[in-house]
Design a binder for this molecule. Structure first.
Ligand code: ADP
Ligand code: MG
Length: 660
């Protein structure tokens, strides 16, 4: 053990003598010199071909470059590959021992120092997460290896005559659809996650089994594993639909005075598959499950991102998974995320998405992944369908600058049969347009976040962060000005509504009315901003009106913007709108368009959508692709059915009426 670690250990021991176990010891002792939050290390593991092929008939679409980087064919430009850099890369020939010894074993010793650690296997279903974490009797994975070593270590360190007595306990739970379920006691139902005064995360009621040997561990673990929620998807017969979380606690008690105690937690997590919903053919419950899975993975990505960028706010509370890991991911904890990927072309999209999730740096390399002349023919149909799919402006936005410059017409699509054997990207030619759209929007999202746009690629991290912050501030400023303008316009309208004579005198430009805003009274303003009603007023007069107003008795709702002469009578009446189905459909379509194409800022301009919901919607869209109907909003985690309905009610008429 090196001097630095010993020093740290002594500091923690001193702290524990003062204030007991936990994180607050660190914060009290280390006040003013708190260690910087630990980065989450990211490793990628590429599994070999497993479906009986050796890759000769179906060449891989991804390959390793060295022990830290890999490259993958770029679906957007056949002349390029994308090179990703990680803390470690394990190729298809790497063994279970390589991964364990390289990325997991080194963090175990920190548990005996009273620190926490976590190992998470991420990736699409079928890419090797369970193989990496659990493995098989012939090729045991991270979990059995870590348990063996940890138990051995505690036996040595806690033996008779040693200053500390050590004990190990295990808990095993799954997070399924945002519910925390105890796999050692499945009857216990959804458990709550709590935080104690020292910042330790606890799950009251979670079963903890003491273990002293590996056999004991297996005795609890194997039957509990069978309790995991699994379902059948097209991709994998027994695809895991939940995050499986094994918690191993190492508790230490000093044998002599001052009888200090300390505790280290290790989370070993086999995450649920990160694959795209539509490819798995998920519907109904499965789609809901995928929604929950993907949004918690999305939050995990944001947490890892925030930690690795040193951002002041880490959104741990946005999902159960990250809330549970709050004291074991970042902070003083040691964490490793192992992104598992598969070489087969059918995994291409999920591989790109897993790499983008895991990587915060990537580089475009100007070289074709395989034979260039073959790929030219193969990629042509993709570009065609991409242009067909998007409007001209969208398509232009989606194209990289390099494509805009080339501009030369691509050769026409080769017949599917001819391209069948050609390149790792051949499947892209027959790619579902919706999937293509998803890729494009993923690109746009990453581009807008500055983590992928070519401008930001080689910029040092700090500089990029400053740039992003400046952009964010500018966006806010623009947003603020827009709001102000809207407000002023509304006031002008209000003024005109109150005093029609003024209209004649007023200037045709916006400037004059703005200067009058101090004399605008509050009440008329209320009338003027009710946009749909203003429209009703105009349309009611027209013989082809699409909105009709019906009068009902007995209710007290008051609509003020109708004929002023009748306003008193109306105060006792209820007015109801009857809207033509065509207009409603138009409104729905506009909402759908906004949901699918609007930025978070655009979405915030809608009623009932604040900053958080806008981000949730954009995040959902990037993970799942476009919404097929407005009701899909309900699938976004954090938006209930009721909220979706009230959102629709609040927006549909306004949008239907605008620009019609
Ligand atoms: P996931 O848990 O991500 O859905 P699995 O771990 O179940 O994926 O892996 C899918 C299949 O691939 C399994 O049959 C597994 O044994 C095999 N596999 C995964 N990774 C490897 C590897 N590195 N070497 C050999 N076989 C692997
Ligand atoms: Mg699995």
């Amino acid at each position: 053990m090196d001097a630095g670690v010993m020093g740290q250990l002594r500091r923690r021991e001193m702290a524990s003598a003062i204030s007991g176990a936990g994180r607050c010891r660190l914060s009290k002792v280390g006040a003013g010199r708190r260690p910087p939050p630990a980065r989450v290390r990211v490793a990628v593991r590429l599994r070999p071909f497993v479906d009986g092929t050796d890759g000769t008939g179906d060449p891989p679409c991804v390959r390793g470059l060295d022990s830290c980087s890999l490259e993958i064919a770029n679906w957007r430009n056949h002349q390029e590959t994308l090179k990703y850099q990680f803390d470690a890369f394990y190729g298809e020939k790497s063994s279970q021992q390589d991964i364990y010894a390289g990325s997991v074993q080194p963090i175990l010793r920190h548990l005996l120092e009273g620190q926490n650690a976590s190992v998470l296997a991420y990736g699409p279903t079928g890419a090797g997460k369970t193989h990496t974490m659990l493995g098989s009797p012939e090729q045991p994975g991270v979990i059995p290896r870590a348990l063996m070593d940890l138990l051995q270590l505690t036996r040595e360190e806690g033996g008779e005559g040693r200053p500390w007595a050590l004990s190990v306990t295990m808990s095993y739970l799954e997070i399924y659809q945002e519910k925390v379920l105890d796999l050692l006691d499945p009857a216990s139902g959804d458990l709550v996650i709590r935080e104690d005064c020292r910042g330790n995360i606890l799950i009251p009621g979670l079963t903890q089994k003491p273990i002293t040997s590996f056999a004991e561990f297996e005795q609890h673990f194997l039957p509990a594993s069978r309790n995991r929620t699994v379902g059948a998807t097209r991709l994998n017969q027994r695809s895991s639909r939940s995050h499986a979380v094994l918690l191993v606690k190492v508790e230490q008690r000093e044998r002599l005075a001052p009888f200090r105690q300390r505790e280290g937690k290790l989370y070993l997590i086999d995450l649920a598959g990160s694959e795209d919903n539509r490819r798995t053919g998920n519907k109904g419950l499965r789609l809901k499950e995928s929604g929950a899975i993907n949004s918690s993975l999305f939050v995990l990505g944001k947490v890892v991102d925030a930690l690795n960028q040193g951002l002041p706010r880490v959104p741990y509370r946005d999902s159960k998974l990250t809330r549970l890991l709050q004291d074991s991911l970042g902070g003083s904890a040691h964490s490793i995320l192992i992104a598992n990927i598969a070489p087969e072309r059918r995994f291409y999209l999920d591989t790109v998405s897993a790499l983008n999730f895991a990587a915060r740096s990537k580089e475009v390399i100007n070289r074709p992944f395989t034979n260039e002349s073959l790929q030219l023919r193969v990629l042509a149909p993709v570009k065609l369908s991409q242009k067909e799919l998007l409007g001209p402006s969208e398509a232009k936005r989606a194209r990289g600058p390099e494509e805009e410059e080339t501009g030369s017409p691509e050769p026409l699509a080769a017949p599917a049969s001819a391209s069948q054997e050609l390149s790792p990207l051949q499947k892209l030619s027959s790619m579902d347009p919706a999937v293509l759209e998803r890729l494009l929007s993923l690109d746009r999202l990453l581009g807008s976040q500055g983590s992928q746009g070519t401008h930001g690629l080689n910029t040092p991290r700090r500089e990029r962060m400053v740039l992003m912050k400046t952009m964010e501030e500018k966006d806010l400023e623009i947003e603020r000005l827009k709001m102000k303008q809207k407000e002023l316009e509304a006031k002008v309208l209000a003024q005109e509504a109150v005093d029609p004579k003024d209209k004649e005198n007023s200037s045709p430009t916006m400037l004059r009315p703005l200067a009058r805003r101090t004399v605008t009274v509050a009440k008329p303003l209320k009338k003027a901003v009710v946009m749909p009603l203003q429209l009703i007023q105009e349309q009611a007069a027209s013989p082809n009106a699409e909105i009709h107003i019906l009068k009902k008795k007995g209710r007290k709702r008051k609509l003020e913007s109708l004929d002023a002469s009748e306003s008193e009578e109306k105060a006792e009446d209820c007015w109801e709108l009857q809207i033509s189905p065509e207009l409603l459909a138009h409104g729905r379509q506009k909402i759908l368009d906004l949901l699918n194409e609007g930025s978070a800022r655009d979405l915030r301009s809608l009623q009932r959508i604040g900053q958080k919901k806008a981000q949730l919607i954009v995040g959902w869209r990037e993970l799942h692709g476009p919404f097929s109907q407005v009701e899909d909003l309900e699938l976004v985690e954090g938006i209930s059915g009721k909220q979706m309905e009230s959102f629709l009610k609040a927006n549909i008429l306004g949008l239907a009426a605008s620009q019609r």
